[in-house]
Design a protein. Structure first.
Length: 260
């Protein structure tokens, strides 16, 4: 239990990967602040963790708003005493052909997926560096590694998040702080549900056929469970992972390895 007593801030903590990560970290004795725009969701997860004997607080935050993130980081420090772990999981996705991509939508995805992570890192990194211990894990995507049709804004924002990860890691190297990323393929989350729903509406496919269609583009053959991603995130936070910095853990069934 090397993480017992540590304090963690998890954005997008009310569902999917964020909620699974909160549960996994809580099982390892981590005290948690969960942040998201949806207050009922993060309150429900925090209550679940408290009922299980953990310490958890819910804080409403829009990561695209600098003032919101500044307040979040300050309050998280007050609640936890120190933010030792930051999991930047808040994110959104949408689809559009490049020629039809509205600038407003491009900017929205960048503000949430990339700038939001930067703001949270700026809020907690000084304390981590001062204490000489910290773990930052950014939840990117296989879309951070390669492009695909109709996801230009999403892929570009996740590429930016991966570049931010590597650059920040270079800056903190040797200081007791690590910055890494996880890049999952299709995960069984509400975001993937929305993708499937969109395919069904556009093509009139059955839902099961839509799932098979998206999985046919990868070797994974099934939707990844959120807990699998959470386990990788938790490992990157452990003392045993202190030499892993600036790296990307890819969870996609081997699709990336098969690329030329």
């Amino acid at each position: 239990m090397s993480l017992a007593g540590r304090g963690a801030l998890v954005t997008g903590g009310g569902r999917g990967i964020g909620a699974a990560t909160a549960r996994t970290l809580a099982d390892r004795g981590v005290r948690l602040v969960l942040a998201a725009r949806s207050t009922p969701e993060i309150e429900a997860v925090a209550a679940e963790l408290r009922d299980g004997g953990g310490e958890a607080w819910a804080m409403t935050c829009d990561v695209s708003d600098p003032a919101n993130v500044e307040d979040l980081c300050r309050e998280a420090e007050q609640r936890l005493g120190a933010v030792d772990i930051l999991v930047n999981n808040a994110g959104v996705a949408s689809s559009a052909a490049v020629v039809k991509l509205a600038p407003e939508e491009w900017e929205r995805l960048w503000r949430i997926n990339a700038t939001g992570a930067l703001l949270a890192m700026q809020g907690v990194l000084p304390g981590m560096l001062e204490r000489g211990w910290g773990r930052i894990v950014n939840v990117a995507s296989v879309a951070a590694l390669r492009g695909a049709r109709y996801i230009a804004a999403y892929a570009a924002s996740k590429h930016a998040l991966l570049g931010l990860t590597r650059s920040a890691a270079a800056e903190v190297a040797g200081a007791g702080v690590t910055v890494n990323a996880v890049c999952p393929g299709y995960v069984d989350t509400p975001m993937t549900d929305a993708t499937i729903e969109n395919i069904v509406k556009r093509t009139e496919m059955a839902e099961t056929d839509a799932v098979e269609a998206i999985l046919a583009t990868t070797p994974q053959r099934r939707l990844i469970a959120p807990g699998e991603v959470a386990a990788s995130i938790a490992f990157l936070c452990e003392d045993e992972a202190r030499s892993i910095n600036g790296q990307t853990v890819v969870l996609d069934g081997g699709a990336t390895a098969a690329l030329p």
